[in-house]
Design a protein around this ligand. Structure first.
Ligand SMILES: NC(=O)c1ccc[n+]([C@@H]2O[C@H](COP(=O)([O-])OP(=O)(O)OC[C@H]3O[C@@H](n4cnc5c(N)ncnc54)[C@H](O)[C@@H]3O)[C@@H](O)[C@H]2O)c1
Length: 437
C-alpha cells in the first residue's frame, strides 16, 4: 500500500484483517516512525485496535523503503494524495506519478498496480504507458479501484461497502482483484467490473452527485428560512421517495473535507479542457463557496449586525465528526472571517485541536465544550460531534454571557431551546427567541 494516509492506512489495515500480508509504505518518515512505535498519525474510530491486532499477528508492517516492501508483492495499491493543483484546480498527480516511477523500478514482474487514489479519467491509461516505458520487461498490469470510504466510518465502509468498483481489462487483473476482495464477495458485496476510464469516472460522478445533493438542500434551507418552512421535514418528506433516498440531505454550513472540494474542482477542469462542461457542478462549487461566507453573515446578523469586540464560542472545527481532518473544513473560512469582523474566538473540537493548530493562530483553545461557552457572547455549533448533542442547557445558559446559540448542524430542537430560554438560530428552520419569553 503506497501512501499510509486516511485511505492507505485504513485499506492496508482492513486488507490485513482479511488475512493478506500488507506493507504500508510512506515517504513521510515521521508518519512511519509513529506507526512503527504503535502510534496512529490520524484519528479514525476503531483503527487503533485493527492496526494493533494485525501488527501483533504479523500481517501488517510499515516502511519508508519501497524497494524492500515490494519484494513478493503481487498487488501494489497507490493511495497517495491527489490534492488540487495550485492555481488551476486540476488534480495534482505529481505524487501519483512519483509513486508510479518508483514502483516501476522495484515491482516484481507481472505485479498488478492499482490506483485507489482519486485520479482524473485517463490517468490509469497514462500509468500503464509509463510503466511499459520505464520497465517493459516486467509486464506490469494496471487496474483502477477508486475508494469510497468516509472518514469517521472508514472501517465499516471498507468492510461493508455498498459496492466495489474495479476498472480492469485483462482476466489476470480481474482475478487478482477478485481474490484480494474475496472476503467481501462472500458477503455478497456487489462488484462492478468495468474499464479503467469508467471506474475513474464513477468516482468523480459519485462525489459530484453527492456535492450537488447537499448543496441543493443548503439552498432549499435558505428558502425555507424565508418562507417559514422546515428543512428537516422537507428532507424527510423528499427522502422517503425511493428515487431520492433519505441520506445526505442534511443542510449545513456547506460541504468541505478532503474530497468533495478538490474532486468537484478537478472534474470541472476535465470537462472544460475537453469542451464538455459540467455546468451544474460548476454552479455547485460557486454556491458552496459563497455559502461559507453567508454563514459568517448569518452569525453576524444573529448578533444584531456586529461581532466587533464580542467573544464567540465555537464547537467543532473538523469538516465532520469522528475525524481529525481539517482539510477544507468550513471552519477555515468562517473563523478567520469572524476574526476579521472583530470577534474573539474560543474553540473546542474533540479530535481536531492538534491539526487545527496548523491552520489558526489567535484562538482561545479550550479543553471542553463548557469552557468554550464560559463568558462567550454566543455559541456556534459547526460540527455535529455526538458529545455536543446533549449538552446541559441550564449549565450552558449560566456560562454564556448571552443565551444565543447558532446551530449550523440542527442538532437541537428549536422548541426545547426556546423552553430553555435561548435565542436559537439554526439552518432552514425558523429562529426562536426564548430570551424574550
Ligand atoms: N480521505 C478520504 O476520505 C478519501 C476517500 C476516498 C478517496 N480518497 C482519495 O484517496 C487518496 C488519498 O487520500 P488520503 O486522504 O488518504 O490522503 P493523505 O494525504 O491522508 O495520505 C496520502 C499519503 O501519501 C503519502 N505519499 C505521497 N507521495 C508518496 C510517495 N511517492 N510514496 C509514498 N507515499 C507517498 C503522503 O505522505 C501521505 O501520507 C486521494 O486521492 C483521495 O482523493 C480519500
Amino acid at each position: 500500500m503506497v501512501g499510509a494516509g486516511y485511505v492507505g492506512l485504513v485499506s492496508g489495515a482492513c486488507f490485513s484483517e482479511f488475512g493478506w500480508d500488507v506493507v504500508c509504505v510512506d515517504n513521510d518518515s515521521t508518519k512511519i516512525e509513529a506507526l512503527v512505535q504503535g502510534k496512529l498519525p490520524i484519528y479514525e474510530p476503531g483503527l487503533d485496535d485493527l492496526v494493533k491486532r494485525s501488527v501483533t499477528e504479523g500481517r501488517l508492517s510499515f516502511s519508508t523503503d519501497l524497494a524492500s516492501s515490494l519484494i513478493d508483492a503481487q498487488i501494489i495499491f497507490i493511495a497517495v494524495g491527489t490534492p488540487s493543483r495550485r492555481g488551476d484546480g486540476h488534480a495534482d498527480l505529481s505524487y501519483v506519478f512519483d509513486a508510479v516511477s518508483n514502483i516501476s523500478m522495484y515491482a516484481e514482474p507481472n505485479a498488478l498496480v492499482v490506483t485507489k487514489s482519486t485520479v482524473p479519467v485517463g490517468t490509469g491509461r497514462d500509468i500503464q504507458e509509463l510503466l511499459n516505458k520505464k520497465n517493459p520487461n516486467s509486464k506490469l498490469l494496471v487496474a483502477a479501484n477508486p475508494e469510497f470510504l468516509r472518514e469517521g466510518s472508514a472501517i465499516e465502509d471498507f468492510m461493508r461497502p455498498d459496492r466495489i468498483i474495479i476498472g480492469a481489462e485483462c482476466e489476470k487483473s480481474k482475478n487478482l482483484m477478485k481474490e484480494v476482495y474475496r472476503p467481501l464477495f462472500l458477503k455478497a458485496t456487489p462488484i462492478v467490473f468495468t474499464s479503467l476510464e469508467t471506474a475513474e469516472m464513477i468516482k468523480y460522478a459519485s462525489n459530484s452527485f453527492l456535492a450537488t445533493k447537499i448543496t441543493l438542500m443548503n439552498e432549499f434551507a435558505d428558502l425555507c428560512e424565508k418562507v417559514g418552512a422546515n428543512i428537516q421535514d422537507v428532507a424527510r418528506g423528499i427522502g422517503l421517495d425511493g428515487r431520492i433516498g433519505g441520506k445526505f440531505l442534511n443542510a449545513g454550513p456547506g460541504y468541505g473535507g478532503s474530497c468533495f472540494p478538490k474532486d468537484t474542482a478537478a472534474v470541472v477542469k476535465t470537462g472544460q479542457d475537453i469542451n464538455s462542461p459540467l455546468s451544474i457542478v460548476e454552479q455547485v462549487i460557486k454556491v458552496n463557496e459563497n455559502r461559507k461566507f453567508s454563514m459568517v453573515q448569518k452569525i453576524i446578523d444573529s448578533f444584531g449586525g456586529s461581532v466587533s469586540g464580542k467573544t464567540v464560542g465555537i464547537l467543532g472545527l473538523t469538516f465532520k465528526p469522528n475525524t481529525d481532518d481539517m482539510r477544507d473544513s468550513p471552519s477555515l473560512v468562517i473563523i478567520p472571517e469572524l476574526i476579521r469582523a472583530g470577534a474573539n474566538i474560543k474553540v473546542f473540537d474533540p479530535e481536531g485541536m492538534e491539526s487545527a493548530h496548523n491552520y489558526f493562530t489567535n484562538l482561545i483553545w479550550c479543553n471542553d465544550a463548557y469552557e468554550t461557552m464560559k463568558d462567550s457572547d454566543a455559541l456556534v455549533i459547526l460540527t455535529e460531534w455526538n458529545q455536543f448533542r446533549a449538552l446541559d442547557l441550564e449549565r450552558m445558559r449560566s456560562l454564556l454571557r448571552t443565551p444565543l446559540v447558532i446551530d449550523m448542524r440542527n442538532i437541537y430542537n428549536p422548541e426545547d431551546m426556546k423552553s430553555a430560554l435561548f435565542d436559537y438560530i439554526s439552518i432552514g428552520r425558523e429562529p426562536v427567541y426564548g430570551s424574550k419569553e
